[in-house]
Design a protein around this ligand. Sequence first.
Ligand code: 1OR
Length: 300
Amino acid sequence: SVSAESLTPGHQNYVKTVVPKTAEQRRRIEVSISNNFLFKNLDEDQHEDVVNAMTEKRFKCGDNVIEQGAVGDFFYVVETGTLDVFVAKNGNPAEKVFEYGPGGSFGELALMYNGPRAATVTATSDVVLWALDRVTFRRILMENTSKKRRMYEEFLETVPLLKSLEPYERHKIADALESVYFDDGKVVVQQGAQGDNFFIIESGAASVTKCNDEGVEFSMPGLGPGQYFGELALLNDVPRAATVKAKGRLKCATLGKRAFVRLLGPVVEIIRRNSDNYQTIEQQLQQLQQQQQATVEPAP
Ligand code: 1OR
């Protein structure tokens, strides 16, 4: 049963959805949304309203939770289980385009744009989902989500690495991005340290330096807007291979490791290929430096 709680007079004319639930269900919702970017930055009241409005829904392996073309009713967050996403384009058979696991969310598009469902989402195991009704989604989650997608949309289009992605894939990246600022000279990434984040430069510039085994520091080519760094430690689970410092004020968009793996899957091959170049650049630089040292050292 769903009860409704009217708002204090003077507010907009809507009633809050309150689906009664146990403390244990509330706890499970908290866990499910804890790693989901769309639920970050909610104030306490908004958070409470969202948790109140959510409904538990269970589906069996093979069930369609959403069918492409249908009218949008709910936005879903995955508590347990896995789902596949299929898109049928221009009368072609549906193709798998994505998958979700615990903490993932879907079904926002039809609610945001008042359009038909853009994809079919099918459970590939038994799943437990938390569903948020259209009105609460639009009232609380939509503004943040569309603001962030708009904010990063133009920028992400200019990032060469992300050119090959579908617009929707860039939207998902926008959901997960956070902007971080560094003052001139600040170390963003320290050679030898453990890596947890990936960075794309939004504005400003960064210097890259590397110490070789003898402790001699040499400079690698610097980085500017649209370029990225910090991928090696995440790709290969190794310590940071170089030190990156802000050159003047630096603004970066950053992704955590989990989001990096989940969202940049389609371009990982490009990232790997690009990273092969580092080796050559590094070797060339070291050779150059050895030559320079040889020329400045006085002859014996
Ligand atoms: P919806 O309300 O349209 C289907 O219902 C949901 O599937 C949709 O919201 C998204 O949350 C989710 N294109 C469109 N919708 C997708 C896609 C997608 N992936 C997940 N959904 N992709 C583009 C395919 C050309 C895949 C991008 C990774």
